[in-house]
Design a binder for this molecule. Structure first.
Ligand SMILES: Nc1nc2c(ncn2[C@@H]2O[C@H](COP(=O)(O)OP(=O)(O)OP(=O)(O)O)[C@@H](O)[C@H]2O)c(=O)[nH]1
Length: 198
C-alpha cells in the first residue's frame, strides 16, 4: 500500500525549518546554514512495517520548505496550497515565533481548511525539558498535535514521524494494482483526447 502526501513547513525565519527537513530526510543536522530563498523541495519515503507484511505501507512525502523571511511571505500560500500536512514550526526559546506560527495557522484556516496541522516546537536542546512541555499554547492551537523536537540532536523525531503517519488518511493509500489501473485510465484518456484533436 502506498500513499503520496505533500508536507509543507511554515514558520518565522531561523526557527529551524530547513534543519528539520534535513533531519527528516537524512537523519543529520546540517553543518552549514543559509536562509531559504523562496522555497525548497525534497522527497522522503517512510516505510511503515506491520506484523502482516501484506499490510506494509509506504508513504512518499513531498516536503516543501518555505522561506521565513518577510520578503518571501507573499509567495508562501503558493506552497501550502493542496498540502496534506503543514508543520507549523516555532522556537521553544522564542515566544514571538509561536505567535508567528499562530498567524500561519489562521492563514491556513482561511485558505486551506483541508490541511492537517502539526505544531512543532524546535530547539528543545536550548531549553529545559520542563520548559518544552510547559509551553503556553495559544487557545486557537490547543486542539492541534504538538511535539517539541530538536533538529540538532534528533530529539523526538520518531514521535514527529509517527504523528505524520497517523494523519495520512486511509483512503490515500493505494495498492500497486490501483496505481497500474490509474495509469491505464490515464493512457486511455490521453488516446481518446488525441482522437478528438485529430
Ligand atoms: N540549537 C539549535 N539550533 C538549531 C536547531 N535547528 C536549527 N538551529 C539553528 O537555527 C538557525 C536557523 O536554522 P534554519 O534551519 O536555517 O532555519 P529556517 O527556519 O529554515 O530559516 P529561514 O530559511 O530563514 O526561514 C541555524 O543557525 C541552525 O543551526 C536546533 O534544534 N537546535
Amino acid at each position: 500500500m502506498e500513499a503520496t502526501i505533500k508536507v509543507v513547513l511554515l514558520g518565522d525565519s531561523s526557527v529551524g525549518k530547513t534543519s528539520i527537513v534535513t533531519r527528516l530526510k537524512s537523519g543529520k543536522f546540517p553543518e552549514k546554514h543559509a536562509a531559504t530563498i523562496g522555497a525548497a523541495f525534497v522527497t522522503k519515503t517512510i516505510e511503515v512495517s506491520t506484523s502482516d507484511t501484506s499490510m506494509e505501507k509506504r508513504i512518499h512525502m513531498e516536503i516543501w520548505d518555505t522561506a521565513g523571511q518577510e520578503r518571501y511571505k507573499s509567495l508562501v500560500p503558493m506552497y501550502y496550497r493542496d498540502a496534506n500536512i503543514a508543520l507549523l514550526v516555532f522556537e521553544l526559546n522564542n515566544a514571538a515565533s509561536l505567535q508567528c506560527a499562530l498567524t500561519w495557522f489562521q492563514d491556513l484556516q482561511d485558505r486551506a481548511q483541508e490541511t492537517q496541522v502539526i505544531l512543532v516546537g524546535n530547539k528543545q536542546d536550548l531549553v529545559s525539558e520542563e520548559q518544552s512541555s510547559k509551553v503556553e499554547i495559544p487557545v486557537e492551537l490547543q486542539g492541534v498535535p504538538y511535539v517539541p523536537v530538536s533538529a540538532k540532536t534528533g530529539y523526538n523525531f520518531d514521535a514527529l514521524n509517527e504523528i505524520i503517519i497517523s494523519l495520512v488518511p486511509g483512503d490515500q493509500f493505494k495498492t500497486s494494482k490501483d496505481n497500474e489501473q490509474g495509469n491505464k485510465v490515464e493512457l486511455n484518456n490521453k488516446s481518446s483526447r488525441s482522437g478528438c484533436i485529430c
